[in-house]
Design a protein around this ligand. Structure first.
Ligand code: FAD
Length: 383
């Protein structure tokens, strides 16, 4: 059912105010998301935003999805990050590329929160150059693929029920036609997960390595076309960059939510610190960064929704928003003075959480490379 953006944001915010914000500090401290949260989010229809209603989703567009990630991230950076991974990077990609049987097997459960989803392409030696350096191999046999190698970083990996995993399935000389995507679940034998990795921020969102040791992946777990996994990977990365921009936007909003009341209440030299022009300049800069990131991301999401996706703009949104969020979190710490620097302050958590957006889903250096390349190749008429 179509729903107005303002009404939709209110729905997500009301849910987050009740169910996410109150547990955000604990998620960070305990380094765990309580079991049951995903089913709660699923029960109010917020997991399958872009998935048609007949599969258990909401049938909405990228702009709605951006707003949902923004609001989750405003309440808890960790939940927003993990939610984006589940709802876009895994669920949306499965829906777009799976056959009917696979959709029926995974999509309704991912929409309800019964299943948690993840995606695994990175490896210890394959990060920015993930396609060229991928060393996880799957060899074709009669009715199954024999997979070996190690994957790294997989967000939601420790608890995921289904993971999209990329493997090299043809000779490397075939370049972008040498990788395939598979759907991994506990029915597949011969793979295991590492302990949870210990991160600076986004604590609670679990990340792990995956080990494949003569792992037998049945043929029916192939996602999309054999050796055409790079197409899935690249198209997924464009929407991933767009949607990941919403995380930093939510974190910047959380920084302003924190700083504005503080500068009204905190007094030095006999008046609220918010009356000093230098402090007003600080909040003006924070607000301008937030609104610029927001406007650019919403406009790019609308273009994606109108079938005019732009790889350069999605990367530019992620570049701008991630950089801005790190700066805005630093300014939040500065505005709070000494208490902002404490480990248990929200301002310091925002800084720890925002930094990942300059690295995950492709680093800012790679985003710049992509934007520059796209603009260089673009038809001058475009402008
Ligand atoms: C918390 C977290 C969650 C993650 N979640 C997932 C996930 O769910 N699934 C998944 O598959 N992956 C995931 N990743 C992996 C992430 O996508 C990679 O970390 C990222 O792509 C960078 O790869 P790398 O860490 O190997 O760094 P490298 O590629 O080794 O880069 C190191 C540095 O060199 C720079 N560099 C590399 N190449 C160039 C170049 N050509 N020009 C200029 N600079 C360059 C990089 O920008 C970076 O600054 C996650 C990572 C983290 C930390």
């Amino acid at each position: 059912m179509p729903i107005d953006i303002v009404e939709f944001r209110k729905q997500v915010r009301d849910f987050c105010d009740q169910e996410v914000y109150p547990i955000a500090e604990n998620i960070d401290k305990e380094d765990t998301i309580p079991s049951g949260l995903w089913e709660k989010i699923g029960s109010v229809g917020l997991l399958g935003i872009t998935i048609p209603e007949n599969y258990g989703g909401r049938g909405l567009d990228y702009l709605h999805h951006v707003i949902a990630i923004e609001e989750f991230s405003r309440a808890s950076g960790t939940v927003g990050f993990s939610y984006a991974d589940h709802s876009n990077i895994c669920l949306h990609n499965i829906f777009v590329h799976a056959n009917e049987e696979q959709r029926k097997k995974y999509v309704p459960q991912l929409c309800s929160g019964e299943y948690l989803g993840a995606l695994s392409m990175s490896e210890p030696c394959a990060g920015s150059d993930v396609v060229g350096s991928m060393s996880c191999m799957a060899e074709k046999h009669n009715g199954y693929w024999l997979a070996n190698g190690t994957k790294k970083w997989t967000t939601n990996g420790n608890s995921a029920d289904v993971i999209i995993v990329y493997m090299r399935t043809a000779d490397k000389t075939k370049g972008s036609h040498s990788i395939s995507a598979f759907l991994l679940d506990d029915s597949v034998t011969g793979w295991e997960r590492s302990e949870k990795l210990d991160k600076l921020g986004m604590r609670g969102a679990d990340n792990c390595e995956l080990y494949f040791n003569d792992c037998k992946i049945p043929q029916e777990h192939l996602l999309g076309v054999e050796n055409e996994g790079v197409r899935i990977l690249m198209s997924g990365l464009d929407s991933e960059r767009l949607l990941l921009s919403a995380g930093p936007i939510g974190l910047m909003q959380a920084a302003l939510d924190l700083v504005l009341p503080y500068v009204r209440e905190r007094e030095q030299f006999g008046k609220p610190i918010g009356q000093f022009e230098l402090m007003q300049a600080k909040i003006a800069e924070m607000y301008t960064s937030l609104q610029t990131a927001r406007a650019f991301t919403y406009r790019t999401a609308e273009a994606f929704d109108n079938d005019k996706p732009s790889r350069a703009d999605a990367a530019a949104c992620a570049l701008y928003a991630s950089r801005a969020a790190v700066q805005v979190s630093l300014e939040a710490i500065q505005a709070l003075g000494g208490i902002g620097y404490m480990n248990d302050s929200l301002a310091s958590r925002l800084l720890r959480d925002s930094k990942i957006y300059e690295i995950g889903g492709g680093t800012n250096e790679i985003r710049k490379m992509l934007i520059g390349r796209e603009l260089f190749q673009r038809d001058p008429e475009y402008f």
